[in-house]
Design a protein around this ligand. Structure first.
Ligand code: AMP
Ligand code: TRP
Length: 344
């Protein structure tokens, strides 16, 4: 567990996180999420539980065959990056029905006003919010259920998920208060490192995203070396050379993004990147970044491709993970039902 992370003494430490199988994995997912999941798998004292949240994915339309393929590809991405199914629980959300069952209870705890404030809903629903699915609106209650059905204490995520984790705490607090119990923990988000918000390569004010219509805006984990180099070469920058101190990156979002990506890939600090490269033009820095990105990502994408030739093995791993997950989730759901007053 990282230093400075507070653990509620009443709850054993347990890590949970999820990623939507709604498209290919991006460098943002890798640096902001999966790379840090792998670190926590090694460091965290309790269980580490990682999920492909397929029920979240269908809050917007997904072609069924594509969803199945993307779920397996995401599982391959987790495993190729270092998530070991013998050390972590790895499964897809829909195989553990307790997530949806607890989400219903949380739909009855969360307030409309809380949901309306969620920026991800506003972004995803766009101008036509009346036409968004009810699932998209209720999405954060399902996310709270994903976390709290395991009494997870720590959730590693990118910066964009901070508001959802705060809502998870609000739901836990209201449930505990309304029923007069201390049953759900106050989960801590773990948002750390240089790459908690990897930006688009085309626009330093937008998050790198698998749903951006421009493929040049992102690096996909399945991109080959030439594609990665081409995207980095064309990445938007400003005409100034790199600064020698990180303060010089202020008001230079595109420059800062490339430096952050370098730092996160190389596992060094932003200060170290600028002190080693300060004064260089981007025409010199970009090839170094491409080389580093290819060195780090090529083995992962090769292993993903190999795993994808054996989808049945992936399915076995996910079924086993779901069985393990259910042994934790089922008793917590049952206790929740008892607290709420459901007869059994
Ligand atoms: P999603 O692909 O939206 O399901 O996101 C899965 C995980 O990746 C979450 O923890 C996100 O916060 C993280 N993530 C997604 N995009 C980025 C990004 N551009 N930078 C950093 N983290 C990201
Ligand atoms: N909402 C997250 C995202 O879009 C995905 C997610 C669903 C998640 N359930 C979760 C992340 C539980 C962490 C914990 O990235």
């Amino acid at each position: 567990m990282s230093e400075g992370v507070q653990t509620s003494p009443a709850f054993a430490p347990r890590v949970f996180s999820g990623i939507q199988p709604s498209g290919g994995l991006t460098l943002g997912n890798y640096l902001g999420a999966i790379k840090r999941f792998v670190q926590m798998q090694g460091d965290a004292p309790g269980e580490t539980i990682f999920c492909m949240v397929d029920m979240h994915a269908i809050t917007v339309w997904q072609d069924p065959e594509a969803l199945r393929r993307q779920t397996r590809e995401l599982a391959a991405g987790y495993i190729a990056s270092g998530i070991n199914p013998a050390r972590s629980i790895l499964f897809n959300q829909s195989q553990v029905a307790e997530h949806a069952q607890l989400a219903w209870i949380f739909n009855c705890v969360a307030r409309m006003g809380w949901m309306k404030r969620m920026t991800q809903f506003k972004d995803k629903a766009g101008k036509n919010a009346e036409n968004a699915s009810l699932g998209l609106f209720g999405y954060p209650a399902l996310m709270a259920a994903d976390i709290l059905i395991y009494h997870a204490t720590h959730v590693p995520v990118g910066e964009d998920q901070k508001q959802h984790i705060e809502l998870t705490r609000d739901i836990a607090a209201k449930f505990n208060h309304d029923y007069g119990v201390d049953f759900f923990p106050m989960t801590e988000p773990v948002i750390e490192g240089a790459a908690t918000r990897v930006m688009s390569l085309r626009d330093g004010s937008k998050k790198m995203s698998k749903s951006d219509p421009s493929d040049a805006s992102r690096i996909n984990m399945t991109d080959d070396a030439d594609t990665i180099a081409g995207k980095i070469r064309k990445a938007k920058t400003d005409p100034e050379p790199l600064p020698s101190e990180s303060a010089g990156l202020k008001d230079r979002p595109e420059a800062r993004n490339l430096v952050n990506i370098y730092a996160a890939l190389a596992d060094i600090s932003v200060d170290q990147v600028v002190s080693e490269n300060g004064g260089q033009p981007f025409s010199a820095f970009k090839p170094k970044l491409s080389e580093l990105a290819v060195e780090k990502l090529a083995p992962i994408s090769a292993e993903m491709a190999r795993l994808m030739t054996q989808p049945d093995e992936i399915d076995v791993i996910l079924r086993q993970g779901a069985t393990q997950a259910r042994t934790i989730a089922a008793p917590i759901l049952q206790q929740t039902y008892d607290i709420v007053g459901m007869v059994r």
